[in-house]
Design a protein around this ligand. Structure first.
Ligand SMILES: [Zn+2]
Length: 259
């Protein structure tokens, strides 16, 4: 009897799965989508899309979530995003979300596309999200928040206190559309494009660690924090733009930076 009990508990342990490799996850007490995504190493937006979750992304105990594991595909001449997605048997919407692609979904030869793994298990149709899921780029204390005055002046984002050398992380998956060692006011600056007119900017860096055109996943490093440009102390300037207009990040950020 004891032997059977031991064997059973070993089976249960195996069934519980390793967060780094599991392709399905059963939600337990106290878990959030952000926490599950962090442990799985998969962007929360990708998990949300794969499971048809909509904001505010509430998950319930016992719910089985598909965890889309990612592969990459290097685009060859003549390929289209739709054809590549079809080859991998993955809905194109998931490929678009994972890579921050937006209409008309242009891709270029040599581009590395993230191919989210996809289970054939019946899941609700993934809604096409037009707002990315943003998380803080750094865990530092907020030095200055978003301010908008009637005359259009103010502060277009959040300044975080940093220690020089800290990692600065992508708030959401996207493509690097600006990576300069000196942009003036912000010094070394990175701008990510997340599709549908959404962009995030990371300024006052000590160093940029991505190149123009790179695809980065949410939580990946885009630069090293410092005191670049006109910063008077070590800080990170972070802002979120929609169609080039700054929006208050406070209402858009959720969860930790994944540190
Ligand atoms: Zn600032």
């Amino acid at each position: 009897m004891k032997r059977i009990a031991l064997a059973l508990s070993a089976l249960l342990l195996v069934a519980a799965g390793d967060p780094a490799t599991e392709t399905e996850h059963t939600v337990t007490e106290g878990e959030t989508l952000g926490g599950i995504a962090n442990r799985a190493g998969v962007a929360p937006g990708v998990i949300a899309a794969a499971n048809g979750l909509v904001e505010p992304y509430a998950v319930r105990v016992g719910q089985v979530l598909v965890i889309p594991r990612q592969r990459t595909h290097t685009v060859k001449a003549g390929e289209t995003g739709f054809a590549i997605a079809m080859d991998y048997g993955v809905p194109f919407e998931l490929v678009a979300v994972a890579n921050g692609l937006e209409p008309p979904y242009a891709i270029r030869v040599g581009q590395k596309l993230i191919i989210p793994a996809y289970s054939d298990r019946e899941v609700p149709v993934a809604p096409v999200r037009d707002t990315p899921y943003f998380r803080p780029p750094h865990d530092g204390v907020q030095l200055l928040g978003f301010q908008r005055r009637p005359d259009g002046t103010g502060h277009e984002g959040i300044d975080y206190a940093v220690k020089p050398g800290d990692m600065v992380r992508a708030a959401a998956s996207g493509r690097v559309v600006y990576a300069q060692t000196d942009s003036g006011r912000f010094g070394p600056l990175v701008v990510l494009d997340h599709g549908n007119g959404w962009r995030t900017r990371y300024g006052h860096l000590a160093r940029v660690t991505v190149k123009l055109g790179d695809m980065v996943k949410a939580g990946e490093r885009v630069g090293i924090a410092g005191q670049g440009g006109n910063a008077t102390r070590p800080e990170l300037h972070f802002d979120i733009l929609k169609d080039n207009v700054p929006v208050d990040p406070a209402g858009k950020l959720s969860g930790g930076s994944g540190k």
